[in-house]
Design a protein around this ligand. Structure first.
Ligand code: AMP
Length: 409
């Protein structure tokens, strides 16, 4: 039997992978325009990083990590997210002050797999490190919004909440713990266990939604400074026309967040696990990892889910042109034409075997070429026939002008 990809993982192949390519290109372009440099960190890290960074009591660390001992007896973990790694890299490199980084890559969580919930999934994200201003939160939120917008997901909305500062949380935690204590008979065993470690985690619990619905929310217990911060984020988003909505129970699954937390939702992705991305401010993280106090805010977008939400029209043909010829004597000419088209920025290919014309046309279809260029006798008069594979229309085009003709279509 041929081996299969592990449960909860996917092979991303053409033509579907064209959506991925489009997404990664657009992200790269936006990140560059907003001033984020490329960051590449290891796919695995010392396990301790995630215990300290993401939080021992979190769902991710407790149940979802791919942790193993390497041959040297060290405990390592496939990264479940990238923020802890990026901050680690920032601290380890001795970087000081503002640092803006963008990343893209696979993350690993041992989940119950379903559509949009995979064991290996992909994120693109940015981290704005070293800046406490609410304008940094607005910028990071804008990056995710612009990505969705350019990919044709124009109905995205930002869900927004503030968790306050660690000091605000002391009082809030007390109130929440008292409330949960009162209702502990109605809570799941999991939630009861979490109550002891970190009662905020219970707000994340889907199975306890009846109890959670009446629980006090963090936004009612903010210090004036935290209140001012989230108001500034709101007006910053209003000023640039990014739609947002209060989500008082949004706490997000990781321990390092303070103040602003957000997620993106869209009706184009209506599945149960509906967030296309999310993030927040994580000022406490650098110190949690043993570094100095460094304010920071970041974002992670779920590539697998965004691709599912992208309208079909956003998927372009894999190839602009497939060049064919019936005459073996003209193969070298066809190859030279392909090379010239590639040089002119047109994606072009041809069959390198000695196939019949009919078979070459079939390949063009299978490869999802937008057009076929036929190199035949008219080549001697400096012309080729271009066939649009969608409409079936044929045109005679000067060989020198194929690239500009294709671009004009
Ligand atoms: P998180 O920081 O955990 O909320 O992850 C950010 C985004 O990554 C989510 O909003 C999802 O779009 C995506 N994501 C998280 N976990 C998975 C998963 N197991 N499979 C697919 N996408 C995921």
């Amino acid at each position: 039997m041929i081996p299969r990809a592990p449960k909860g993982t996917d092979d991303i192949l053409p033509p579907e992978s064209e959506r991925w390519r489009r997404l990664l290109r657009e992200f790269d372009d936006i990140a560059e325009r907003f001033g984020y440099g490329l960051v590449i960190t290891p796919v695995f890290e010392a396990t301790e990083l995630f215990g300290r960074g993401v939080g021992e009591e979190t769902e991710v660390v407790e149940k979802q990590m791919y942790t193993f001992e390497d041959r040297g007896g060290r405990s390592v973990t496939l990264r479940p997210e990238a923020t802890a790694s990026v901050i680690r890299a920032y601290l380890q490199s001795g970087t000081r002050g503002v640092f803006k980084g963008a990343y893209a890559g696979p993350m690993f969580r041992y989940e119950q797999p379903q559509a949009g919930r995979r064991r290996q999934f992909h994120q693109v994200g940015v981290e704005y490190i070293g800046e406490a201003s609410p304008d940094a939160d607005v910028e990071v939120i804008e990056v995710g919004y612009r990505l969705l917008e350019v990919l044709g997901i124009g109905d995205a909305e930002v869900l927004l909440n503030s968790l306050g500062d660690p000091e605000d949380r002391v009082e809030y935690r007390r109130l929440l713990a008292a409330y949960l204590d009162e209702r502990s008979g109605d809570l799941s065993p999991d939630a009861r266990r979490r109550m002891a470690g970190n009662p905020l985690r219970v707000l994340d619990s889907k199975v306890d939604s009846a109890v959670v619905a009446d629980a006090p929310v963090p936004g009612e217990h903010l210090s004036p400074a935290a209140q001012e911060h989230i108001s500034a984020v709101r007006s910053g988003l209003d000023a640039i026309g990014i739609p947002h909505r209060e989500a008082p129970r949004l706490v997000r699954g990781l321990d390092y967040y303070n103040r602003t937390v957000f997620e993106y939702e869209s009706a184009s992705y209506g599945a149960a696990q509906s967030a296309l991305g999310g993030g927040g401010r994580y000022d406490p993280l650098a110190a949690m990892l043993g570094g100095p106090e460094v304010p920071a805010v970041g974002l992670a977008m779920g590539v697998d889910r965004i691709v599912l939400a992208m309208p079909v029209s956003e998927v372009s043909a894999v190839l602009d042109v497939f060049v064919v010829t019936a005459d073996p004597a003209r193969r070298a000419t066809a190859l030279a034409l392909v090379r010239r088209l590639r040089g002119d920025g047109v994606s072009a290919d041809l069959d390198l075997g000695h196939k019949s014309l009919k078979s070459q046309f079939r390949t063009a279809d299978r490869r999802r070429a937008a057009a076929v260029v036929v190199v035949g006798e008219e080549w001697d008069a400096g012309r080729v026939t271009v066939k649009d594979l969608k409409s079936g229309a044929e045109s005679s085009v000067a060989a020198q002008e194929v690239a500009s003709w294709i671009r004009g279509h």
